[in-house]
Design a protein around this ligand. Structure first.
Ligand SMILES: N[C@@H](CCC(=O)N[C@@H](CS)C(=O)NCC(=O)O)C(=O)O
Length: 125
């Protein structure tokens, strides 16, 4: 099997890429981690080299390239069926997809109501 590479950003910035990162770690699946520091002048160029969407997480699995945390998790579930990484219950998977689709809006709402916390968060590390 070709080695897996998971491209991530700063570990204290986001909840997006920790999702597949945690899934891989919890399932004890070996992978190479490529960390791209975000919010720097050079970030966009570094991101573009790994992820056409210029977003992380991005999974490189041989010739297969997957962007988006949910897509990466679903891809890993299919790649490692013996690990049972995802629920077999379609209703449970639907809730997960709905939550994923709405999370950006919820995060923006948090940023509007808690600007100081968000400001502090972005300057950590
Ligand atoms: N819906 C995407 C969101 C990914 C996303 O927004 N990633 C951010 C990290 S917080 C990113 O890569 N931002 C690029 C940048 O800040 O330049 C997912 O689930 O993976």
């Amino acid at each position: 099997m070709p080695p897996l590479t998971l491209v991530i950003g700063n570990k204290n910035y986001s909840s997006w890429f920790p999702r597949p990162w945690l899934l891989l770690r919890q399932a004890r699946i070996l992978f190479q981690e490529v960390r791209i520091p975000l919010c720097l002048p050079e970030s966009a160029v570094a991101l573009a080299a790994w992820s056409p969407s210029a977003k992380v997480p991005a999974l490189h699995d041989g010739d297969v390239r997957v962007r988006d945390s949910l897509a990466v998790c679903e891809s890993l579930n299919e790649r490692f069926p013996d690990k049972q990484l995802w629920s077999r219950d379609a209703a449970v998977r639907a809730v997960s997809a709905e939550r994923h689709a709405g999370f950006a809006a919820a995060w923006v709402a948090d940023a509007a109501t808690e600007p100081e916390r968000i400001e502090r968060f972005e300057h950590d590390e």
